[in-house]
Design a binder for this molecule. Sequence first.
Ligand SMILES: Cc1ncc(COP(=O)(O)O)c(C=O)c1O
Length: 412
Amino acid sequence: MTALWHGFADMAEVDGAEVTIVRGEGVYVWDDTGKQYIDGAASLWHANIGHGNPEIADAVRAQMVELETFHTFGPWTNARATELADRIAGLAPLPDSKVLLTSGGGESIETAVKLARLFHAIKGEPERHHIVSRSNAYHGTHGIGTSILGMPYREGFGPLLADTSQVEWDSAVALEEEIQRVGPDRVAAFVFEPVIGAGGVHVPPPGYLDEAVAVCRRHGVLVVADCVIAGFGRLGGWLGVERFHLHPDLITFAKGVTSGYLPLGGVIVAPEVAAPFWDEPGQMFAHGATYSGHATCCAAALANLDVLARDDLVHRAMELEADFHATLSELTSHPLMGEVRGGLGLMAGVALDLGAIDDDPSLPGRFTSAARDAGVATRGLRDGLAIAPPLIIELEQVAEIRDRLAAALDTL
Ligand SMILES: Cc1ncc(COP(=O)(O)O)c(C=O)c1O
């Protein structure tokens, strides 16, 4: 029996059947029975530098004994928050950008969407508050993130944020049609993941993102790239948008910025969007949280960025991606398998055969459980499971994931 209410869990089933992870080292974690798992999805897409790195622990301890934290409202700040914001602004493909810090991805989405709406309001377009997102999109489970999900997790919560809609994830024509339907002067922002993660690992069709951004530019719609998964090396660059040569107006990040050693996220804001708030007195973004810019979380992030840069982990996904994808794609010879989606960065959607799922809808859930039994810790997808390991993974360990998943498929 447990009092811990797990996320996205049927507690009637999970209670008494929890898997308790007690130790981690590199790409492996161990549960309380001593069973070893290869961390197939970097915990929840965040353990980018791998587990048990003592450098982060040292940085956290040093910060804690000096100053655990001090807030960043009004004129106040702490040295680590300022240092981290400056550093991330320098990593973004948005020269002279500003950075808001948060405690995670969902809070970053809240921040970005509120800021996009307020930006238009103070520019004299208060009617621009509609937010367009995409099918299969996942933007966390806070109020606004839930409102713009492209996945079926909205039912039962009553009315959410008004003025949102979703378009087909791979059609810039659909985006333009939706903006026309709503009214171009009513749309505040378009929110998208460069590569859709939790919604199934969908790489955008060639040219799609350029066209979508061009549509937004034509209609004065702000472009919000949700790089919570894509950033800090997952796609082989600092924010992930570099792979597509994109220059969004706002970029949300979290997860890999600390590799999960402590909770932290944020929003990078292009100078044109920041200008009305920074250039003349009289405007305030009435937003922020107690732990925005928490000094110890920022110290963990700074140490993590050091590791990503020093060991060139930030680019490693690009080096490994072809072999990673080819190795996992060998699973498609199994009769229960459909496709392996991905090919860009270290993220893949290992999808079962749709006919097999039609015959037995419990198959994807059982695949994820069988993978766990076979020693791969991972997240289930609607039609299979996600593989997005720590960026320190070696190709032999990718082969180990393939072999363990093949064994799991055999047990099904
Ligand atoms: C693209 C994306 N945005 C936002 C979030 C929400 O982040 P968090 O779980 O830190 O609130 C996630 C989480 O998986 C995500 O994948």
